[in-house]
Design a protein around this ligand. Structure first.
Ligand code: PRX
Length: 654
């Protein structure tokens, strides 16, 4: 973030107090802050007992003696799937719709909690029949279909941690994640519908488990009915579930039993397996669903547009809302298929009351124009949410007026794969909102903005966002790499969790999250590592060296820009007329194959040299200046200051 952006943000002083009508029905109250302030651990113990069903009560709320490895709700036992499904059926809500599924081609399916209960029991039995036991890892690589939620819940039911891999990742990325978690089974589908066409998934799994692999079976959901290559290890999901016993008695697991692993990008080329456990995660997921998303399960229709492949889909589709017994919408496709009003059509059709999405999607809708949502009746909406990246005040105000009709509070929620659940957000009905700011830590959570030396900054200043006390949904580590866990998050400031985000406190003490301060980019709310894309580029035989930066992009927040030095054999070839352009295409496709289409660089510039300091460190700041078409900053520390002129000249020609 530049100083200029910082000061622009500071000029935003509009506030929107909650309406009396909203406040009167809101779950959140000011008393929650007071209670948490008074006795933080007592507060979380009360929440855990109130929000969840425990088979065995816990005896200690937090054991932090092994810091930074926390144990929450020590001695407690519970089953995450029972909390998300069975207990609602037992309470007499079996007929309540859990999921209104909308397929991209227009097929729909309503699944009640009783039906979900039937499916998770059969799926749990099917996994057991394939030899999956408590503690075994299961990879899930599915489109946004109800089976994704069923698969995750079935894993949780038998105590097998799931590792969901976003369906947009390539087979190479899937292979690496399967290998790191040593997954025994993969649950996938023949394909899913994407932009009006069936898009195959199974071939990527075949490639990912081919040869030496820990995977013994692949369970395949039939979604598109397309031709699918079949091997001995493959089992159809519908066949396995039909053959499985209808009943499965769920066993309670320790509060610290592993629930899932979710890979996310860090500052090295190797993705981190962020590891979450059961009791604490579920407590904070349910807590924030009740108080931040203000879910009233009897009356609300909630819709979170995230994919289950990201943490938002884990916490705010599967575990949080379902722990409350909510009714929600699940949509398979993209917002503009078959038309740009698809989302708003679904809101109207299902009477959606709470809507949670990412700023990049809001900006895309802004570009398409307000006449599109205006064609639909959005009057059922009462609360809007935003997640994944900073929301610019213009997009916030557009969202509030055009989608929310000026009547819906907006919760701008800051959190991360690592934090497991929302950490900083207004409480709707309590907080007067301010466009662009995530504002305050939720009750029971302690955060601060500190300077380089670790001192809390005064209001009106910027620094780094840290979490100052352990929290229930915190990651319990990086899968198989305790050292990296400590090093990444806990080594910089003693006793405090370093989030990797820059932030600012405004003069009223509100927190503004400004974006990453490390080599992690945020493209359309998706985390990507510059190093990971650089290694993908360098793995191409024609590339000698690569530097990747995230350049500001009006639509996607940041965009991937790569600077590439070719191997000498390739240089001549690239000089041939037209060849350079073709090579750039080839490299973009290569990144897509290595990681996935989301990582495809917006721009690749072939350069003769990269700007380096005398010690050989690439000066990304200068490359970012070029990519953002700014005047290039201070070049005095460069080993060869003429390099930037050459790069800029190349940029002008491209
Ligand atoms: O930079 C912050 C940004 O997204 C990062 C976390 O990414 P991920 O683990 O993929 O989780 C995304 C969904 C929770 C953060 O370090 N971020 C997330 N929410 C916000 C945000 N930046 C600003 N405002 C937010 N509300």
């Amino acid at each position: 973030m530049t100083e200029e952006t910082l000061s622009n943000l500071l000029h935003e002083e509009r506030t929107f107090p909650p309406s009396e009508e909203f406040a009167a029905q809101a779950n959140g109250t000011r008393a929650l802050y007071d209670r948490a302030q008074q006795d933080r651990l007592g507060f979380w113990a009360e929440q855990a007992r109130e929000l969840l069903h425990w088979d065995t009560d816990f005896t200690q709320t937090l054991d932090w003696s092994g810091a930074p490895f926390a144990k929450w709700f020590v001695g407690g036992e519970l089953n995450a799937c029972v909390n998300a499904v069975d207990r609602h059926v037992e309470a007499g809500h079996g007929d309540r719709v859990a999921l209104h599924f909308v397929g991209e081609p227009g097929d729909t399916r309503d699944i009640t909690y009783a039906e979900l209960h039937d499916e998770v029991q059969r799926a749990a039995n099917a996994l057991l029949a394939l030899g999956v036991q408590a503690g075994d890892r299961v990879a899930v690589y599915l489109p946004m279909i109800p089976e994704a939620a069923v698969a995750m819940l079935a894993c949780a039911r038998i105590g097998a941690p799931h590792s969901v891999v976003f369906g947009g990742f390539s087979s190479d990325a899937l292979r690496a994640r399967i290998a790191d978690a040593e997954a025994k089974v993969v649950i996938t589908a023949d394909g899913g519908y994407r932009r009006g066409r069936p898009s195959a998934l199974k071939p990527a799994v075949d490639a990912a488990v081919d040869g030496d692999s820990t995977v013994e079976h692949v369970l395949v959901v039939r979604r598109t009915g397309q031709d699918t290559h079949w091997t001995e290890r493959d089992v159809w999901w519908h066949v396995a579930l039909a053959e499985a016993p209808a009943q499965h008695e769920a066993q309670a697991f320790d509060a610290e039993h592993p629930l899932f692993i979710l890979y996310t990008s860090g500052t090295t080329g190797k993705p981190k397996g962020i590891f979450h456990t059961t009791g604490g995660y579920l407590t904070q997921a349910a807590f924030t669903s009740r108080y931040v998303h203000d879910i009233h399960p009897e009356t609300d229709v909630y819709w979170c547009t995230a994919d289950v492949g990201w943490v938002t889909g884990h916490t705010y589709i599967v575990y949080g809302p379902m722990a409350l017994g909510a009714t929600q919408v699940m949509y398979e496709g993209t917002p503009d298929t078959p038309h740009q009003g698809r989302w708003w059509e679904i809101v109207q059709q299902h009477g959606v009351t709470i809507f949670y999405t990412a700023p990049t999607a809001i900006r895309a809708c802004m570009k398409w124009g307000k006449e599109i949502p205006a064609r639909f009746d959005l009057s059922s909406l009462r609360l809007l949410g935003s997640v994944g990246e900073p929301i610019n005040p213009e997009a916030w105000v557009w969202y509030s007026e055009v989608i929310g009709g000026g009547r819906c509070p907006i919760v701008d929620t800051w959190w991360q794969t690592e934090t497991g659940a929302i950490m900083v957000s207004p409480l709707p009905g309590v907080t007067a909102t301010r466009p662009g700011s995530a504002q305050l830590a939720v009750p029971g959570i302690s955060v601060d903005v500190i300077d380089e030396a670790g001192e809390s900054v005064p209001d009106g200043s910027g620094g780094y966002l840290v979490v100052t006390e352990p929290w229930p949904a915190m990651l319990r580590g990086i899968w198989g790499d305790p050292e990296r866990y400590w090093e990444t998050y806990w080594s910089r400031y003693e006793g405090r969790y370093f989030a990797g985000d820059g932030a600012k406190k405004d003069t009223d003490g509100n927190i503004w999250v400004l974006g990453r301060v490390d080599d992690v980019m945020n493209v359309s709310g998706h985390r990507l590592s510059t190093t990971e894309i650089e290694s993908a580029l360098v793995s191409h035989p024609k590339v000698a060296e690569a530097a990747v930066v995230g350049a500001t992009d009006a639509m996607t927040g940041q965009a991937v820009c790569a600077f590439v030095i070719l191997r000498s054999e390739a240089v001549e070839e690239a000089d041939e007329p037209g060849e350079g352009r073709e090579l750039v295409q080839e490299l973009r496709t290569h990144v897509s194959t290595q990681i996935g289409p989301i990582a495809k660089p917006r721009q690749i510039l072939i350069v003769a040299e990269l700007p380096k300091t005398r010690s050989g460190k690439i000066m990304r700041r200068l490359l970012r200046d070029v990519a953002e078409q700014r005047d290039v900053g201070d070049v005095t520390t460069l080993a060869d200051s003429s390099v930037m002129d050459t790069i800029k000249a190349g940029m002008a020609q491209s």
